[in-house]
Design a protein around this ligand. Structure first.
Ligand SMILES: Cc1cc2nc3c(=O)[nH]c(=O)nc-3n(C[C@H](O)[C@H](O)[C@H](O)COP(=O)(O)OP(=O)(O)OC[C@H]3O[C@@H](n4cnc5c(N)ncnc54)[C@H](O)[C@@H]3O)c2cc1C
Length: 595
């Protein structure tokens, strides 16, 4: 009863998993397994938009999108994959539209586009309208639309099943083990192809925009099976999280003309990015905010600054910046228009802070946001070993994967694009492979490793408390492996992580029941976070330069001579082995980034 067989198993029902499931199901018997009900996946929280160089209201080109993404990645992104993604973008977005996604419209009826950080007209250097959006609920719409398509295509869903292990036959993936949350029973899924689309691991950090479920399960599971993780030191801190809470305030607020102001009321981004100012790429803006706060320019000496989207502010700075509406008329927005474009953002502030962004500025600070690193793949979603050879039957897509199109820093709206483009190709490849091969045998005792992991958590001596360990990790990672990093801080973090991992061995799960045992699963997830935090920190400590999201105070410059390469990290017993592989460079030689 607890054994299942599907040609393609997709783990994860976010944008990447649903797109993969949809495409795989066209030619192969496919199931999607998800620990959350599909429409609760984090993709549903994505606000601002999905990029595609349609040029619906001003000139734009896929080539500019490609260059912006390469530059945004601080030249660490693989250029063949980036070009592929940007060329596929218009088709991918149109496909979503044809599935029924209700994009906002221009007066002529085209998909409406807004500016976003790092997306520019390559001739003028000015921000370009490239982000297609459905108000500030773009991800929600993508998720609903793709879920409907999957249901229509008879994809099999295992909702609230959490995978704990990947089954391998040598170098070939042959299935997964999942726990059914409602019953606590273990299930064996035998497959020809497995696609990992489990999202990121932002829950490593204290202040984060990420969902509670972002515990890096997929990356941790494959890592424990000897598969390397790529570029884990690169994690994005989004500049504008709600102060203390971390809840994301989309970059679309700045796309719509919002301005960052320090405690003295100064628009400080002119200092750090004279050309694109508030719409510089996220790593640049996060560092600027951090430095302002450190220089005592936070609001009331505190560690936050303001994001101001009040109509009078937007209109004033539009004049200063020479910004007009697409038809050339002067910008003269009203509170009502802002409310229509950013309804959820306005709501979050009113509900969580009692601040009304139409009449008050919003207090913000950088928040841990996006996992650039992950499971190494090529542009077809095939998971690669260090020689660039695919593991048979194993695929990854979405935030769990590292293609790498985001390199050292992701541009806003490029993740939703990544999901639909690479989710699709992973689904196609996985099905194609499944159609060519027979099932490989499962291990003799498939659930053995899963049982071992759970038994350890059930049988600890109970000296240690889960929440204490988790809080200690998050606080330390935010301070020592956050926006800025130093050798000393990261070494301290590694020592603390070793201690925390030791303490974790003494945790004892209190709930001995079977039904929705969140106690057990939270404990297991903390194990993933601790493991990944260590990989992040060691990868970061080894990289002696600053690039994109990895900013070292002791090595403040980018060093292409020595560090224009991807990090790989393997689990070797209790140790981590670090290696490197080259970056794919096609048209664009590394240059200094100027915004
Ligand atoms: C607040 C917020 C706003 C954002 N806004 C934008 C934006 O405007 N534009 C943009 O491009 N990007 C945005 N991003 C980034 C983007 O939304 C995410 O990177 C992307 O949605 C991740 O999609 P995914 O399919 O990889 O993962 P998710 O959507 O997170 O899905 C992960 C899936 O994996 C499942 N899963 C996880 N672990 C297990 C397990 N062990 N067993 C079974 N299932 C498992 C979950 O149930 C879930 O279904 C935003 C991110 C956040 C957090």
């Amino acid at each position: 009863m607890n054994s299942h067989q599907f040609e393609v198993i997709v783990v994860g029902a976010g944008g990447a998993g649903l797109m993969a499931g949809l495409y795989a199901s066209k030619t192969a018997k496919t199931a999607v397994i998800s620990k959350l009900y599909p429409t609760r996946s984090h993709t549903g929280a994505a606000q601002g938009g999905i990029s595609a160089a349609f040029g619906n209201s001003e000139e734009d080109r896929a080539e500019w999108h490609t260059y912006d993404t390469v530059k945004g990645s601080d030249y660490l992104g693989d250029q063949d994959a980036i070009e592929f993604m940007c060329n596929e973008a218009p088709q991918a977005v149109l496909e979503l539209e044809h599935y029924g996604l209700p994009f906002d419209r221009t007066p002529e009826g085209r998909i409406s586009q807004r500016p976003f950080g790092g997306h520019t007209n390559n001739v003028t250097g000015k921000p370009v309208r490239r982000a297609c959006h459905a108000a500030d609920r773009t991800g929600h719409m993508i998720l609903q639309t793709l879920y409907q398509q999957c249901l229509k295509n008879n994809v099999n869903f295992y909702d609230e099943f959490q995978i704990i292990d990947l089954l391998m036959d040598g170098e070939r993936a042959v299935g997964v083990i999942a726990i059914e949350l409602a019953t606590g029973e273990l299930h064996t899924f035998h497959a020809k192809s497995v696609i990992i689309a489990t999202g990121g691991h932002g829950r490593v950090w204290e202040i984060t925009s990420n969902a509670y479920a972002y515990s890096g399960d997929g990356a941790a599971v494959v890592y424990r099976r000897g598969i390397p993780l790529e570029d884990m030191e690169f994690f994005q801190f989004h500049p504008t999280g709600i102060y203390k809470l971390g809840i994301l305030i989309t970059e679309a607020v700045r796309g719509e003309g919002g301005i960052l102001l320090n405690g003295k009321g100064e628009r400080f981004m002119t200092k750090y990015a004279p050309n694109v100012k508030d719409l510089a790429s996220r790593d640049v803006v996060s560092r600027a905010i951090y430095l302002e706060i450190r220089d005592g320019n936070g609001v009331n000496g505190s560690n936050y600054v303001y994001l101001d989207v009040r109509p009078e502010t937007v209109n004033k700075y539009a004049v200063i910046d020479g910004r007009t509406n697409p038809d050339g008329s002067p910008v003269n927005v009203t509170g009502e228009q802002i409310l229509k474009k950013l309804p959820d953002i306005i709501d979050f502030n009113r509900v969580y802070l009692g601040v009304d962004p139409i009449t008050q500025p919003m207090p913000i600070q950088p928040t841990a946001h996006y996992t650039m690193g992950g499971i190494p793949t090529n542009k077809f979603g095939e998971v690669l070993n260090e020689n660039g050879t695919p593991y048979a039957g194993l695929y990854a897509a979405g935030e769990a994967a590292c293609v790498s199109v985001h390199g050292a820093n992701r541009l806003g709206t490029n993740s939703l694009l990544d999901l639909v483009v690479f989710g699709k190709y992973a689904g196609l490849r996985a099905a194609e492979y499944a159609n060519q091969v027979d099932y490989a045998p499962l291990p003799a005792d498939p659930t053995e490793y899963t049982r071992q992991q759970f038994n350890a958590l059930r049988n600890g001596d109970g000296k240690e408390n889960l929440t204490d360990i988790s809080n200690a990790m998050k606080k330390m990672m935010f301070e020592d492996v956050g926006v800025f990093r130093t050798e000393e801080g990261m070494q301290r973090a590694l020592d603390t992580l070793a201690e925390l991992r030791e303490r974790y061995k003494h945790v004892r799960v209190q709930d001995t029941g079977k039904v929705f045992n969140t106690d057990l699963l939270n404990a297991w997830e903390l194990g993933n976070l601790l493991e990944l935090a260590e990989v992040v920190t060691l990868s970061a400590l080894n990289r002696k330069e600053s690039r994109g999201g990895h900013a070292r105070e002791d090595f403040p410059k980018r060093d292409d001579q020595n560090w224009l390469k991807h990090t790989l990290a393997w689990k070797r017993g209790e140790k981590i082995e670090i290696g490197y592989k080259p970056v794919v460079i096609t048209k664009y030689q590394p240059k200094e980034r100027v915004y």
